[in-house]
Design a protein around this ligand. Structure first.
Ligand SMILES: Cc1cc2nc3c(=O)[nH]c(=O)nc-3n(C[C@H](O)[C@H](O)[C@H](O)COP(=O)(O)OP(=O)(O)OC[C@H]3O[C@@H](n4cnc5c(N)ncnc54)[C@H](O)[C@@H]3O)c2cc1C
Length: 411
């Protein structure tokens, strides 16, 4: 079949390579001059910054993304985080299993019970914060929950359904924590592009898709500014709302258009910092429950020193962006850096502050909301981080969504 893919983000590339391997003729249309969307590198003053992701794969070498890459023959070395993370509390760093020691005996028992429920329970529609509030009272525990949700989902715990949070925790317990691909995000997306081209697929850069043609409830092609193309199937790696616009809203029911319009992005701010010494000193995440804005930070050069000039380190922070003045939020994030690292001025320099919102978010659809990869139009599928099945965060969700799309493809 002739397959057109709108967007060369991670979801578009995983889909393109998977389908090219099955013998389909794949053309990817990319609006920008580079591949990878929010999952590739930006080379800046010798540092490998990124267009989006913090160079981490949520379940490292054990998750669905790594599994799919292996199945497609893409060789990427993923360094497991060790330890998986630490928590900066009252100026000291604690391992996950040391944190309960900060609480009273009664609270320790409550924490043990919560951890058991996270392993065996199922949660519901109530938020994780509301769920937690029924079980504990200590504000530090809510702050810890918020720092985890802020780092990994760009939400606070009141924005995540407990069902989703528990499903995510179960996957972490089963598959382990994050890993860092050597070479950063671009090692993943660059590997996929090479394989796509080897299989005869192509990417047309600086070629935004302007419309998708629908005839009798089925897609049959798409148009760019200059050319119209015929396709049997179209995979959209962009926002489903945007896809609906490209097709024309009249091709969808009002209720479907409305339900998609209600899907909200998760937004955030990333600060990339050059350091002349290790500030975190390990390959995991530093979660920061007591800061004003920053949820956590990583230092990927502990796993792959080539992501910075020789002898230097790359530290990246992440903070969720709910409402409010973006500039002010970024300033509060910077203030956090000075509080977290008292010797920040002597050893660090901020390289870049990036804001992710309005069409270039952290997640196109916030975790906890689920969209089927199959659209109501025959031959039109969605992939990308708007299509994350329950329990799968970030790029693991993208890979799982692609897997679901492939299972339904051509049905
Ligand atoms: C600050 C930040 C930190 C993150 N950290 C991590 C992390 O550490 N680990 C992790 O797993 N995930 C992380 N993520 C999430 C991860 O980056 C995304 O989930 C993933 O990259 C999304 O991929 P996608 O398939 O949705 O494609 P996208 O990246 O959304 O790519 C879509 C592509 O479509 C193109 N496009 C748009 N419109 C058109 C059009 N009309 N025609 C043609 N092309 C078009 C765009 O230019 C883009 O290249 C982070 C994200 C951010 C922003």
């Amino acid at each position: 079949m002739k397959v057109g893919v709108v967007g060369s983000g991670l979801g578009g590339l995983l889909s393109g390579v998977s389908l090219a391997k099955k013998g389909h003729e794949v053309t990817i249309f990319e609006k920008l001059g580079y591949f990878g969307g929010r999952f590739t590198n930006i080379s800046y003053e010798g540092f490998e910054l990124s267009t989006g992701a913090l160079h981490m794969i949520p379940h490292g070498g054990n998750g669905p993304l790594a599994k799919m890459l292996r199945a497609l023959g893409i060789k990427v070395e993923i360094v497991p985080s060790n330890p998986s993370g630490t928590y900066r509390i009252n100026g000291r760093d604690y391992l996950h299993n040391e944190v309960p020691n900060l609480f009273s005996l009664k609270e320790k028992l409550q924490i043990t019970k919560i951890l058991a429920e996270l392993r065996l329970g199922s949660g519901g529609d109530e938020s994780y914060r509301a769920w937690l509030k029924k079980r504990v009272k200590n504000p530090l525990l809510f702050a810890i929950a918020d720092s985890f949700c802020g780092w990994s989902l760009s939400l606070d715990s009141s924005g995540v359904p407990s069902r989703e949070f528990i499903a995510i925790t179960k996957n972490i317990n089963k598959l382990g924590a994050a890993g860092i691909p050597k070479g950063g995000c671009k090692a993943v997306t660059g590997g996929l592009v090479k394989e796509l081209e080897r299989l005869g697929g192509e990417i047309l850069y600086k070629t935004p898709v302007e419309s998708i043609t629908v005839d009798g409830g089925r897609v049959n092609g798409l148009s760019t500014k200059k050319t119209s193309y015929d396709f049997d199937v179209i995979i959209s790696n962009i926002d489903p709302k945007q896809t609906i616009k490209l097709c024309g809203e009249e091709n969808f029911s009002d209720s479907y258009v409305k339900s998609m319009a209600n899907m909200k992005e998760a937004n955030g701010i990333k600060i990339s910092v050059a350091c002349d010494k290790p500030m975190i000193g390990h390959t995991g995440v530093l979660l920061t429950p007591q800061t004003k804005r920053i949820s956590g930070a990583n230092e990927v050069t502990n796993a792959d020193p080539t992501l910075a000039p020789k002898g230097m380190h790359l530290l990246m922070t992440h903070q969720k962006l709910l409402d409010g003045d973006v500039k002010k939020e970024a300033e509060l994030g910077k203030e956090d850096l000075y509080e977290l690292f008292p010797d920040f001025d002597r050893h660090c320099e901020i390289l870049m502050v990036q804001t992710y919102k309005h069409g270039w978010p952290v997640n196109r659809v916030a975790s906890g909301k689920h969209i089927s990869p199959e659209s109501p139009i025959k031959g039109l599928y969605y992939v990308g981080d708007a299509i994350k099945p329950e329990g799968w965060m970030e790029t693991e969700g993208v890979a799982k969504g692609v897997e679901m799309m492939l299972n339904r493809f051509g049905r």
